[in-house]
Write a protein that binds this ligand. Sequence first.
Ligand SMILES: Cc1cc2nc3c(=O)[nH]c(=O)nc-3n(C[C@H](O)[C@H](O)[C@H](O)COP(=O)(O)O)c2cc1C
Ligand code: SF4
Length: 430
Amino acid sequence: MSLPAGQFPRLLAGMPERGAMGFAAHQSLHGPLPLTGRQRNRSAHPLILELERAGLRGYGGGGFPTATKLQAVAAQRTRPTVLVNAAEGEPLSSKDALLVSRLPHLVIDGALAAAAMLGSDGIIFALDEHSRAARTLEQALAQRPELNGRGAPPVTVALVPSGYITGQETALVSAVDGGAALPTVTPPYPFENGIKGRPTFVSNAETFAQMALIARHGADWFRALGTGGDPGTRLVTVTGAIGYPGVVEIAGGTTMRQLIKASGGLSQQLGGILLGGYAGTWLGPDGVDVSLDAHVLKAHGLRLGSGIVFVLPDTACVVAEVASVARWLQQESAEQCGPCLNGLNAIAGALEELCAQGDRRGAYSRIERWCQLVYNRGACGLPDGAATFVSTALRVFRPAFDDHARHGACDGCLGRRLLPTPDFAAVSAA
Ligand SMILES: Cc1cc2nc3c(=O)[nH]c(=O)nc-3n(C[C@H](O)[C@H](O)[C@H](O)COP(=O)(O)O)c2cc1C
Ligand code: SF4
């Protein structure tokens, strides 16, 4: 075993200062990848059991148990497709881009391990159409002997339209299949009817990288770091008022204070912390001692989502930031279901009104009412995430919202917005 159980970092071990780690360096660091083919009892494949013992949960945002999803795909009659979700439409996240561009062989290993265990008919890597990592990935794939011999599974790199919704799994399947990058009605779910109607194992790029390590070192090795409720390590993208914005690997149970320190400390006075991105939850400045343990966070109604921490300085106006992201989410939504068409529009409009003019026409109560109304009503998780983002802000920053309700715009409203709201449509058209 080339990486001792207590070694840290794991995923980011040996990452070159620039460019991608080549296959030879990757092999010498991690050793050969053991590939075990499809078994008679497909749901009890040794790697699935090991992933179950490891307690591996997906890193795409939902935290779904990976072994359960693999079992559901393995139980289907038709040969499945493996789909690596590296679309990363969340503007505050860059961990998947980092993995694919700097450590592509870890992601490829995970996809190969999944394809072998499922007896897959092909592997597809889905990347944003503007991703600079696509070329790196193609070059890394060309270095793999497993993909160049007879009987190798066909591998494709699919470029999908930029957009927040594109990475949602049914939208991704549709986009890869040549359709619109919009969520489709479920059921059927991708595990039963995905790419070209085949069962499809869709998972996040980081989840595949973790599978690559567990396939080599096993569940006990994985659990040697982290906590019982949040075993192993994970990547977190830290941005905002921080010394060194970027991607950090942390073990489950690391505190926010430790993460901030590892990222170079605060660069400005702390105003608040956004955990989990635009489907995430807010913490006030007193939240620095929170444990970033998925289990503990869940018990407090918080989540790290796809591993995102944004540090808001106290000079920013949180009300204006929340209003701007709420409008962006409404524009990024597919507007094909009621909660997005009506609910998100009403929430964003009322936030904008509150921010600019105060609470003249009951904007406050409209925001609270609509946040409750949109939950569980959409075909995908976007409206639930948006409502969580807005309603936790309302709870944590009540004095700031009350102040806007009474007086309208504040000095901070005049400043530049810090939370990014990229114009994907304009980028695609250019
Ligand atoms: C609006 C929305 C956007 C999403 N975007 C991404 C994404 O960019 N990348 C990703 O891996 N998962 C994304 N997801 C989650 C996927 O639907 C899916 O759960 C995930 O790819 C499964 O991988 P995992 O089990 O490894 O987490 C998104 C979900 C929603 C509701
Ligand atoms: S809930 Fe919103 S984003 Fe999701 S499919 Fe419906 S309209 Fe589109």
